[in-house]
Design a binder for this molecule. Structure first.
Ligand code: OSB
Ligand code: MG
Length: 369
């Protein structure tokens, strides 16, 4: 497949409601849409680097720079036989996982379309529906949180995750458990705590949480192993896992019992699959994380989450939970049974709504062979 053209679009989409976490408040989401044209086929990907370096060091400008100056030149005009060949072409670029993952996703889509198969099938998916949950930002009061959770449960979501931060934690967990004793419930700290908070986590251990996501340092693996030893509840790592090697270290050290896979955080679907397979071999369940993606990124997430070891509901919610209008047709919806249907059409299996995409584009640049 000859790579004839690559286009980058810096997009900015307004969230339906502000998303509050221990990292701050997000009102909108900036990402990069990557389009690859190759021999008459168009592939789409989304780089989830954000406007701010608060979740990851990557931002839209850093990802744009790496894409423009290193990743795109390594494949533009070349005849690439498969995704692995493209990855090899830019393998010497260190880090910048979100930049890499955006380009890799567009290539996967293009190759799947060339073979006329769905991305799910090409990745090794085995499910036609995936279990989904919802990630809820920190609310200003317990009654507001309960109301939100009620609404999402009524829509069908099978699992609730709430964001926590020091001082905004136990009271929410306690109230939700009282109100919803049987709901699958998990918390995400986004690295807001230290080992000094061990007493708090021991209290949290009493609420039958499905897992505690990324309580400690955003690159830490060692301190998490100390915390996990003290808890019944599974720790799940998000921020700390950038590769299969990180995953191995975390599992061998006993730092977590569950892994959150986000292709953007680990450099793409290829590394995600390696992590997925390794975790399966170690009986470690994985689930698919989210980065408030547009429908383009979401389509890839749903496809990846159809692999067999994604046995816990993902942070993959309906388009309307994030944005008034999505940039794909059809938009993603949640089925009443708490699942999302995996698209079966070629590649990502949804059409890009060019009018909407144009509306959310802040800046674009095309590279021609
Ligand atoms: O930590 O999982 C996270 C969103 C942005 C950055 C980090 C995280 C999140 C979420 C949202 O929790 C998940 C979603 O896309 O619904
Ligand atoms: Mg997280």
């Amino acid at each position: 497949m000859r790579i004839d053209r690559v286009e980058l679009r810096h997009i900015k989409m307004i969230l339906v409601s502000p998303f509050v976490t221990s990292m701050g408040t997000e009102y909108d989401e900036e990402h990069i849409i990557v389009r690859v044209d190759a021999e008459g086929v168009t592939g789409w990907g989304e780089s989830v680097a954000e406007g701010t370096p608060f979740y990851s060091y990557e931002t839209v400008p850093t990802a744009w720079h790496i894409l423009q100056d290193f990743l795109i030149p390594s494949i533009l005009g070349k005849d690439i036989k498969n995704v692995d060949e493209a990855i090899a072409a830019y393998a010497k670029v260190r880090g910048h996982m979100m930049a890499k993952a955006g380009l890799e996703a567009a290539l996967w889509d293009a190759f799947a379309k060339t073979q006329n198969i769905s991305l799910s099938k090409m990745l090794g998916g085995v499910r036609d529906k995936v279990d989904v949950g919802v990630s809820i930002g920190i609310q200003d009061s317990v009654p507001h949180l309960i109301k939100k959770v009620e609404g999402y449960l009524a829509e069908g979501y099978g699992r609730i995750k709430i964001k926590i931060a020091p001082g905004l934690d136990l009271q929410f967990v306690e109230a939700l458990r009282k109100e919803f004793p049987d709901t699958l419930l998990q918390v995400d700290a986004n690295s807001a705590y230290t080992l000094d908070h061990i007493g708090l986590f021991k209290k949290m251990d009493g609420y039958n949480l499905q897992l505690i996501e990324q309580p400690l340092g955003y690159e830490d693996i060692y301190d998490h192993s100390k915390l996990q030893r003290e808890l019944k509840t599974a720790i799940c790592l998000d921020e700390s896992i950038h590769s299969l090697d990180d995953t191995r270290a975390a599992i061998e050290l006993g730092s977590c019992r569950v892994i959150n896979i986000k292709p953007g955080r680990v450099g793409g679907f290829t590394e995600s699959k390696l992590i997925h397979d390794y975790c399966a071999s170690k009986n470690i369940p994985v689930w698919h994380g989210g980065m408030l993606e547009s429908g383009i990124g979401r389509a890839g997430n749903v496809a990846l989450a159809s692999l067999p070891n994604f046995t816990m509901p993902g942070d993959i919610s309906a388009s309307k939970r994030y944005y008034k209008e999505d940039i794909v047709d059809p938009e993603f919806v949640v089925n009443p049974d708490g699942t999302m249907t995996v698209p079966t059409g070629p590649g990502i299996g949804v059409e890009v709504n060019m009018k909407m995409l144009e509306k959310v584009t802040v800046k674009s640049l095309a590279f021609k062979a």
